[in-house]
Ligand binder design. Structure first.
Ligand SMILES: [Zn+2]
Length: 253
């Protein structure tokens, strides 16, 4: 029983602890190339958040990891079988209810531990921050916390070498054999400006990738996954400790 994982701990333990920071992992349920499980984003955030919180707890940080929200925004994957979409307005409603509990009970720091690129939190957090002025709400994207180029050979951002390596480390029994891995080849917009990052339209996923992956997983290994996992957790744990001890009324210098 880990006292920093809400789903595992109990009222006897919780009742005597004054928690400083709540961490809310938020993933998605979606196809990940041919070979990774639909719950990939959820497994990743489960393990990363729990491990990071454990390291922070050992340094005295009173952090509590809430259960992972398993559905994310998949509006661009509406024609991909069993990708389960949660609309941004539904995410707003869920997050609003969770923040209401934390705010009422005096846990004024919340981190959304985001694990899915399609989840957009800024406008939601701006609006809820206005509604709950005592709350400090932040969002982390663990997959952007380190320079992936240092750890992996092939670039990508969905079911790529990074995600395949992580899953080979965390849940190897759920990864199909290498002969089933698609190439994760991405088609780019014919209008070149869309690749420059300053003009955006939602991509219809089924039109940009045949196997649903973006990024070739072929050089993925368990060892690369382990190395990346441990480094992300170290960095995240340091952030948890810093947020726990920070005075949110005096953040800037
Ligand atoms: Zn993913």
């Amino acid at each position: 029983m880990r006292p920093y994982i809400l789903a595992e701990t109990n009222w006897k333990e919780v009742n005597k602890t004054k928690f400083e920071l709540a961490v809310l992992p938020w993933g998605a349920t979606e196809a990940h190339n041919y070979h990774l499980p639909y719950g990939t984003d959820n497994f990743e955030s489960d393990y990363l958040a729990a491990n990071s919180a454990g390291l922070a707890w050992d340094k005295g940080a009173k952090v509590i990891v809430l259960p992972t929200l398993p559905f994310g925004v998949n509006t661009g994957q509406s024609d991909i079988y069993l990708d389960i979409n949660l609309n941004p307005s539904t995410q707003f409603a869920i997050l609003s209810d969770i923040i209401e509990v934390l705010n009422r009970q005096g846990i004024f720091k919340l981190m959304i531990f985001n694990s899915h690129g399609g989840n957009n939190w800024k406008s939601i957090v701006r609006e809820l921050g206005l509604k709950y002025p005592k709350m400090f709400i932040c969002v982390s994207n663990w997959y952007q916390s380190l320079d992936k180029k240092i750890y992996f050979d092939q670039p990508g951002d969905h079911a790529d070498e990074m995600e395949t390596s992580l899953m080979l480390y965390l849940k190897p029994e759920l990864v199909l054999p290498k002969k089933d891995w698609g190439e994760g080849k991405e088609k780019k917009n014919k209008i070149k400006e869309f690749s420059e990052g300053w003009v955006w339209a939602e991509r219809k996923w089924s039109q940009i990738s045949e196997d649903t992956g973006i990024g070739n997983p072929k050089e993925a290994t368990k060892e690369k996954g382990e190395h990346f996992f441990k480094d992300v957790c170290q960095k995240m744990a340091k952030l948890f400790v810093e947020i726990c001890s920070a005075d949110i009324k005096d953040l800037y210098e």
